[in-house]
Ligand binder design. Sequence first.
Ligand code: AMP
Ligand code: GLY
Length: 424
Amino acid sequence: MKILVVGSGGREHALAWKLAQSERIQTVYVAPGNGGTAQDNRLQNVDITDPHALAEFVKAEHIQMTLVGPEVPLAAGIVNIFRDQGLKIFGPTKEAAQLESSKDFAKAFMQRHGIPTAAYQTFSDLAGAHAYIDQVGAPIVIKADGLAAGKGVVVAMDLAEAHAAVDMMLSDNKLGNAGARVVIEEFLAGEEASFIVMVDGKNILALATSQDHKRLQDHDQGPNTGGMGAYSPAPIITPELHARVMREVITPTVQGMAKDGIVFTGFLYAGLMIDDQGNPKTLEFNCRMGDPETQPIMARLKTDLVSVLEHAINGSLDTIELEWDRRTALGVVMAAAGYPDEPQKGAEITGIPTETADCITFHAGTRLQQGQLSVSGGRVLCVVGLGDSVKVAQKHAYDAVDAIHFDGAQARRDIGWRALNKKH
Ligand code: AMP
Ligand code: GLY
């Protein structure tokens, strides 16, 4: 069987790596892929990004199924385009992807269906936004309505920062169309977790839980990033809380979308904030898997992902169960110098260890040219360690991180700290 994975990040490398382990797989194509997918001879990079051209490629190569990694092609309607041509693809339609591509859509949806989330209002006029900030006070959170590649959220600890964020989006148009409307919402305190499920339109299959690390530096300091590391499982999600999130957030979302006439298929990712009483609220929805959460999650998945994908596309997710490696998987992102604002490209990468049973290096912003790997993007690698405890998984990951070199590499040294604190 041939499968296509759309995307070029660490998430897509991990998905392709897992799919390629299936005995039923002949080739996994990755479009456009990266230096890591180029190096693996079970994977084949395809230099196409346009969804219509990809659909033609899929037909010409007789590829049976397509899996989409990132939000941008989903929001652009790749699933609609493929389905219109009778091609099997897993992901949400453009309409369903609005849960991620419009914060205002997601907030109005949650309010309508009684899904716990922060109180909010949406503005496109500057004066109204400034007045609302003064009325509510700080801390307060300003979010661009549209997709902004991780740059659209400002958690303002004081009023000046909040007013500046609104000016940046609504008046200076720094985020273009994505910032032409802003959601201003209540600040929520607590601990975050990533809750990701697969949805086939009706049935829901939860993946293992995980936790991301959004800030650039140790102790959650520095700017927000796409994610500097993640581990799975996330001990904050107890079995009781898991059941509650399914009942209060995930199931009403899937049913609410269907009620609103937009059937949801694909990965549904609820970014949760859990307060100190253990109550979950939804910070955001993504309509795809997380990056870097996918890397540790795929490292733990034992079930054949090809068969899971078939069930997801055919609407029979209720007939399967997923089997997980009981160990903890912990992924450390190595980012380029200058990330997240101005990542420097071109540095040569050396020292990546060979994959073992307890350490896998997934590539993201890497390029392979004449046998030499170099940095080609902000987040460069995600090194995943596995172990019977968080501590052991962390050691396996950092042993490999310490062996890898590229000029200006940035990596947090404390990935997994919340889980480690809980065990004491
Ligand atoms: P989002 O893209 O909506 O997940 O926001 C990015 C990050 O901003 C989240 O992972 C949180 O760390 C933070 N954040 C978003 N919304 C809130 C909120 N209402 N209260 C506190 N922090 C938030
Ligand atoms: N790691 C956060 C995200 O993928 O949105």
